[in-house]
Design a protein. Structure first.
Ligand SMILES: [Fe+2]
Length: 153
């Protein structure tokens, strides 16, 4: 390979890498802004199949000590596990503390990752903290789970 061809190939490769980053970042932003409506569990007595498959369930200890790491599991959905297929999957799971987003996972491809997430967090201030999860389905929108309260003392 001549030096000029080598340089051209290198520049083309760098351009492709940059384009890949651009499209990945763009897809990430689209996940955030494209699902405006937030769905919740409306039919508590008789949940619909969509609710069963999409409302995230938060599992956390009832009480922790300040500064102690602990696990928060999020399962989507809370009665029927959401499918994970190449064309239909949970592409984002977000964790909120007292209504503020503190962490999230992004599932870029369907059919590979489970519809669950595990966060390891700690809380420093004594008191009651509300924990909530939000799940995004690539086909069925954004879903907010029921809040769970944890005592820090
Ligand atoms: Fe779905």
């Amino acid at each position: 390979m001549k030096r000029r061809h080598f340089v051209q190939a290198g520049a083309a490769g760098a351009a492709l890498l940059l384009a890949g980053e651009f499209f990945r970042a763009r897809a990430y932003d689209d996940v955030h802004i494209s699902k405006g409506k937030i769905n919740t569990l409306v039919h508590r007595d008789k949940p619909s199949l969509l609710e069963k498959k999409h409302v995230p369930l938060v599992e956390a200890p009832k009480a922790v000590k300040p500064g102690q790491w602990f696990k928060v599991n999020v399962k989507v959905g809370y009665m029927v596990e959401h499918p994970s297929k190449p064309a239909h999957w949970i592409d984002r799971i977000e964790l909120q503390l007292d209504g503020k987003r503190v962490s999230e996972i992004i599932n870029i491809a369907g059919g590979v990752t489970s519809p669950n997430a595990c966060f390891t967090i700690r809380l420093d201030k004594p008191g009651d903290v509300k924990i909530e999860a939000i799940a995004d389905c690539n086909l069925h929108g954004t879903w907010l789970g029921e809040p769970v309260y944890i005592k820090v003392s």
